[in-house]
Design a protein around this ligand. Structure first.
Ligand code: NAD
Length: 358
């Protein structure tokens, strides 16, 4: 059986650190095991355009392994060429780089390693909220420059205590963010999600659901985005919605870049409508060198906490999602049922409600 994995190059770091499992070099730790079973494993980072390894090998692969950190975009037209493809496995969480509707139509199953990196991301969200609210990045940059002017930083630094924080999406990550924010004594924790939290879970974090998105953002000092990318969330945070935000709100998006409109965010930050934007996900990955989110700033020259896509790929997370990929493959190869929590698209239908209301 031919298995194709599209991963990112780890270069020297991956040679020095074998726990960087999600790299081309370390192959999710699958190589010896799959070879010993007589399977062919092709691993490459080359994913763009008709001459890429991705498009060359997808035509006869039975299993495709991809990762959100270096997404191999499996479009409907590429899927149509993939005559043997039966299973897509996402090493991580978030399978929006695969055209899920097309997978339904083609009877291709899509599984991800649900829960594998949700704590990793939730921790990054809390860090990102704090670094924006406390104006951390320009403070550190000032120190590296050799300067020392406390007032330039303190003029836009606040406490998280007493602020209203809301999450768009209160699933595994969104809920863990709410849990981690409880000890900060925020004024209120809010959430916006078409799936209400169980009453006991909402009560445990004292989170209040707001059903209208404009109403929701108008109440938040901090908005954190934690829903999957799908037809209903692409461009959800756009110029129109940003007008309804509290002036000077902070936004953290570690979900998917395309949930926020690139240019609308940059414009809102530039004008001061929002004070800060932080996250690790981009509308195109790797982000081009001139991507406006790399350098955008608020009127005080601050408010940018962007990093490359790594919140869900800590070494701890990589161990979990590599083990999860192996277990999905073991089930598939031995004909055992998959863990239902991991199935995004089953045979001919969605098995999750998280990728949009249908
Ligand atoms: P989850 O399925 O547990 O929760 C998603 C929640 O979003 C669900 O409660 C769902 O009802 C809600 N939702 C869906 N559409 C919505 C909408 N239109 N409005 C409001 N809420 C909506 O998923 P999760 O494990 O919490 O992960 C969420 C997303 O985070 C993933 O799909 C992925 O895109 C992203 N993620 C990023 C990283 C990273 O490294 N940056 C890592 C893991 C996951």
């Amino acid at each position: 059986m031919k298995i194709l994995a599209i991963l990112y190059h780890g270069h020297k770091a991956a040679e020095e650190e074998p726990r960087l499992l999600g790299t081309v070099e370390n192959k999710l730790g699958l190589e010896d095991w799959l070879k010993s079973q007589g399977h062919e494993l092709i691993v490459s980072a080359s994913k763009e355009g008709p001459d890429s390894d991705f498009q060359k090998h997808i035509v006869d692969a039975e299993i495709l392994i991809t990762t959100p950190f270096h997404p191999g975009y499996l479009t409907r037209s590429i899927m149509e060429k993939a005559k043997n493809l039966k299973l897509c496995v996402t090493a991580g969480v978030g399978s929006d780089h695969i055209d899920l509707n097309a997978a339904v139509d083609h009877g291709i199953q899509v599984l991800e390693v649900s829960g594998s990196n949700v704590v990793s991301v939730a921790e990054h969200v809390v860090m990102s909220i704090l670094l924006l609210v406390r104006n951390f990045v320009p403070a550190h940059e000032m120190i590296e420059r050799g300067d020392w002017q406390v007032s330039d930083i303190a003029r836009d630094a606040y406490d998280l205590e007493g602020k209203v924080v809301g999450t768009i999406g209160a699933g595994r990550i969104g809920y863990r963010v709410l849990q981690r924010l409880v000890p900060f004594n925020t004024k209120e924790l809010l959430y916006y999600d078409y799936a209400p939290l169980p009453a006991s879970a909402a009560e445990a974090v004292k989170a209040r659901r707001v059903e209208d998105l404009k109403d929701f953002v108008s109440q938040c000092d901090v908005i954190t985005v934690n829903c999957p990318l799908h037809e209903g969330t692409r461009g959800l945070v756009n110029a129109e919605l940003l007008k309804h935000c509290k002036k000077g709100a902070w936004i953290v998006n570690t979900a998917r870049g395309a949930i926020c409109d690139k240019d609308a965010i940059a414009a809102a930050l530039k004008s001061g409508q929002i004070s800060g934007y932080s996250g690790d996900v981009w509308n195109v990955q790797p982000a081009p060198k001139d991507h406006v989110w790399r350098t955008m700033k608020n009127p005080l020259g601050a408010g940018n906490g962007m990093v490359p896509h790594y919140s869900g790929t800590t070494l701890d997370a990589q161990a979990r999602y590599a083990a999860g990929v192996r277990s999905i493959l073991e089930n598939y190869l031995s004909g055992k049922p998959q863990d239902s929590a991991n199935i995004i698209v089953g045979l001919g239908k969605y098995e999750t409600k998280a990728y949009g209301q249908r």
